[in-house]
Design a protein around this ligand. Structure first.
Ligand code: GDP
Ligand code: MG
Length: 804
């Protein structure tokens, strides 16, 4: 692959607005709040630059500076009518020319379109009505649901499938995959693909979605488009059209659009796009049945989009148009051989997409010819290859929108969002509000709602345990089995189950924050701080959840767009002291430092954060060097999530947790119980000092001598803490019988506290990490954390011993 870098000057097109004459070296970075400019050139290279272009920052596009984050970086800009975040360093890569005020391309269109949409059997429909040969009876109709983030995919998916769905992962990657049949159509299956903005291989989500459409060949694609943000959303639609699969466009959020006096000429849009377009409101369940009818029809008759030439012959003197068609004929037999859609392959080959080029396997002559064609296009069109492709698509979108969309100037939702943002992302209010909101969430979860349900559940489990215990005693069940069921399974799994309410409630609040759009804002104003340790703004959320529990924290990293950030964040979350460690701290504080409880506790939390930051800085320099991913994120209007979505999410989380409790945790409990209950000759023991566990702990104990913790009981407690941190305390109580202060010295107790803070996360967390990152990383985390904990405790113990 050739690395392309574009730094030549292009002739400024006089396409939009009048430039005020070139200003030497002006970039978006130099814009003041409220100022507008036209982009002249986008620097940078490779996938990152492609990402800028795909997000609409193309030469000729108009940008307006909206606001600076409270710490001065990143900034919020508006482009093509939507809001994006951009770091100053990235903004400096984009040259522009200042213009006077912003133009509004939609102002000209005053007419209100009727969105009357003829049903399937009626006139005026654009597509043919099933004259072709249908797929044989009984073929499974598979649909892929593709769309931008927050376009309403999940809402539509839930409407389509009801609760009858299956959650899993895409093969080979840990990206959520949900599928299920459409209600009332058992012969169908809809797959909810991850929300994406483009088909460029930029994030793992984009690759997953792209491969799904290209390789799994769903019978039809349902492209969900947010009608209130139509330019942004149609960009993906165009790339899907290039893929030439049977497809139907679902124009979502029509209620909101109409509510603000906007309208869309559906029939005209259908004609221009060449696929059926169905206006819907997923949240209100309007138009969904019509969508289903169209989708079934198009899948059954395999109606491909009517071929469209998005590249206009007049645009840039026709250079782009000529290049695409020349490349199409150049690669045609290759695309047929490897089964790639022609137009998709042609535009991707021009962009220099490494995956497509590799698949096409052009011979050197053809590669050279391709290069010549592309250079010719760049030369004639005055725009480099990637920008030219993005420009071609946005140009077409602009034509479609001008002809079919009446957009209100500012929607109610936009104005409301701006009002909310004045407080929540205001210069002085942002961080206090954030701290207040987080404190409230944790307070409610861990002190008010959580414990209530937790006590209720614990009481239930206890009743059940007693009942089973009583029954087993009466029935004279074997003592060993009895011990396993009551002392092992019920205690072990039960103690984990009682955490379900906390996890579910925490997720309730977090999904509320995420779906409403608040978390995107937190990422926006925390970005600068987190960049210092090599992370991006979005990592803040999982880290905060980590103070509650590492398991949901690790799961929450899925919202991170870059794999590098995701991995790094997952490795750091265990340093945020989880709530299950609180009993350990309390136990030692009571026994050794009764007067300094608050100080010790706070010190431990701070120590955890310090270690997290140090680790991040080391990782940044070693394991995760790589380039910082540009922080280009859409800031959508605040929206209230639908109760149905929230309930569904909560149910999924609870189910997830239950599955884990009855697989990994159940097995581990049985193993520990076994080791605790038998000696090396497999005799059942009542005194666990003779058990296998004690012998094993005895072998490991010498390792802990330098930390002042060489007692086998301490080691046993720590090992059982691997199961669940809470059990450290119960084992210590049991083995020491309340006289721990006589056995251990104060210095050892300090070492023990530091070790408990830092050592391996519990099995549930490790299992979660394994699910996200794979086995090798999970083992790595255990080893790494134990090593860090050992070293820290060692240094502390030895240092303090010098003085005491
Ligand atoms: P996803 O990210 O694509 O899965 O989008 P979601 O399904 O989570 O929806 C994003 C937000 O848009 C949620 O707050 C929904 O409640 C909201 N939403 C979805 N469909 C509609 C709709 O038709 N009208 C309105 N007003 N809001 C909607
Ligand atoms: Mg979703």
């Amino acid at each position: 692959m050739v690395g392309y870098s574009y730094i030549w000057q292009i002739n400024l097109p006089d396409r939009k607005g009048a430039g005020l004459g070139p200003e030497e070296g002006m970039t978006i970075r130099d814009l003041k709040i409220g100022e507008s400019a036209v982009i002249t050139q986008v620097h940078g290279e490779g996938a990152l630059r492609q990402h800028f272009l795909d997000m609409g920052m193309i030469p000729g596009a108009e940008v307006t500076m909206i606001k600076y984050a409270p710490m001065g970086d990143p900034v919020e800009i508006q482009v093509h009518g939507y809001e994006l975040t951009l770091r100053l360093a990235d903004a400096a890569q984009i040259d522009c020319e200042r213009i006077e005020g912003r133009t509004n391309p939609h102002e000209r269109v005053k007419k209100i379109f009727s969105s009357e949409h003829p049903g399937i059997g009626e006139d005026g429909k654009y597509h043919r009505k099933g004259e072709g040969d249908p797929l044989p009876e009984g073929t499974k109709l598979t649909f892929a649901l593709v769309g931008n983030q927050n376009s309403g995919k999940t809402t539509l998916f839930n409407q389509l499938t009801g609760s009858n769905q299956h959650v899993g992962n895409f093969p080979g990657v840990t990206v959520d995959r949900k599928d299920g049949p459409i209600k009332g159509h058992p012969e169908t299956s809809v797959t909810d693909l991850p929300g994406i903005y483009s088909m460029s291989p930029y994030s793992s989500e984009e690759i997953v979605s792209r491969n799904y459409v290209l390789e799994e060949k769903p019978k039809a694609v349902i492209d969900i488009v947010d009608a209130t943000n139509i330019e942004r959303n149609l960009y993906l639609t165009l790339q899907l059209l290039e893929m030439n699969r049977p497809m139907v466009v679902a124009l979502n959020m029509m209620d909101e659009l109409h509510g603000n006096g906007g309208s869309i000429d559906i029939n005209r849009m259908e004609a221009m796009l060449g696929v059926p377009v169905v206006p819907i409101s997923a949240a209100k369940n309007e138009g969904v049945s019509e969508l289903v009818t169209h989708a079934l029809h198009i899948a059954k008759y395999q109606e491909k989009p009517t071929p469209q030439d998005f590249c206009s012959k007049d645009d840039h003197g026709g250079a782009i148009h000529r290049a695409i068609h020349a490349v199409e004929s150049l690669i045609e037999d290759h695309t047929e051989r490897v089964g790639l859609p022609l137009r998709f392959a042609a535009t991707k080959a021009i962009e220099g997409d490494p995956l497509v080029l590799e698949q096409l396997a052009l011979d050197p002559n053809e590669t050279e010819l391709l290069e010549h064609l592309v250079q010719q296009m760049e030369h004639e069109g005055g725009m480099d290859r990637s920008a030219a492709m993005a420009d071609m698509r946005f140009d077409f979108i602009e034509r479609v929108c001008e002809a079919t969309v009446v957009k209100p100037q500012e929607s109610k939702e936009r104005l409301r969002s701006e009002r909310i943002d004045r407080v929540l992302t205001g210069k002085w209010t942002a961080i206090p509000c954030f701290i207040g909101i987080m404190a409230l969430v944790f307070f409610l979860t861990f002190h008010v709602i959580g414990p209530f349900f937790q006590d209720l559940l614990a009481a239930g489990i206890e009743l059940l345990t007693e009942a089973v215990d009583g029954w087993m005693t009466r029935a004279g069940i074997n003592e060993v089995i009895h011990g396993l069921v009551v002392g092992g399974i019920f205690e072990g799994v039960g103690s984990v189950l009682s955490f379900i309410p906390i996890v579910v409630i925490l997720f309730f609040f977090l999904s509320l924050m995420e779906d409403s759009g608040y978390i995107a804002r937190v990422a926006f104003f925390m970005d600068k701080l987190l960049r210092k340790i090599g992370l991006s703004g979005r990592s803040i959320v999982p880290m905060l959840i980590g103070f509650g529990c590492t398991v949901p924290a690790v799961m929450a990293t899925r919202t991170l767009p870059s794999r590098r950030d995701r991995r790094m964040t997952i490795l750091l979350t265990p340093f945020m002291s989880c709530s299950a460690k609180i009993p350990i701290y309390a136990f030692f504080v009571n026994a050794f430092f009764p007067k300094m409880g608050g100080l010790v506790m706070t010190g431990l939390y701070v120590l955890g954060i310090v270690f997290g930051i140090l680790t991040a800085m080391v990782f940044k320099k070693t394991l995760f060097k790589g380039e910082a991913v540009p922080f280009v994120m859409e800031l959508l209007n605040y929206r209230l999530p639908t109760p149905k979505n929230v309930l569904q999410l909560l149910w999924e989380k609870a189910k997830d947790f239950l599955t884990r409790a009855f697989s990994v945790i159940l097995i581990a409990t049985i193993v520990v119980w076994f080791l605790q209950s038998f000696d090396l000759h497999l005799n059942y023991v009542t005194d666990s000092a003779q058990s296998i566990l004690a012998s094993l702990a005895g072998w490991i104990a010498p390792l802990f001598v330098p930390l002042g913790m060489g007692d086998w009981r301490i080691v046993t407690a720590l090992i059982s803490g691997f199961m669940a941190k809470e059990s450290v305390v119960s084992i210590m109580e049991m083995l020491f019988g309340g006289n721990v202060a006589e056995v251990l010295g104060t210095t050892s107790a300090m070492a023990m506290l530091v070790f408990s803070l830092l050592y391996t996360p519990c099995v549930a967390a490790i299992a979660a990490i394994r699910r996200e990152l794979g086995r090798a990383w999970a083992i790595g985390v255990v080893v790494f954390q134990c090593a860090v904990a050992w070293l820290a405790a060692f240094v502390l113990y030895q240092l303090v011993s010098l003085f005491v």
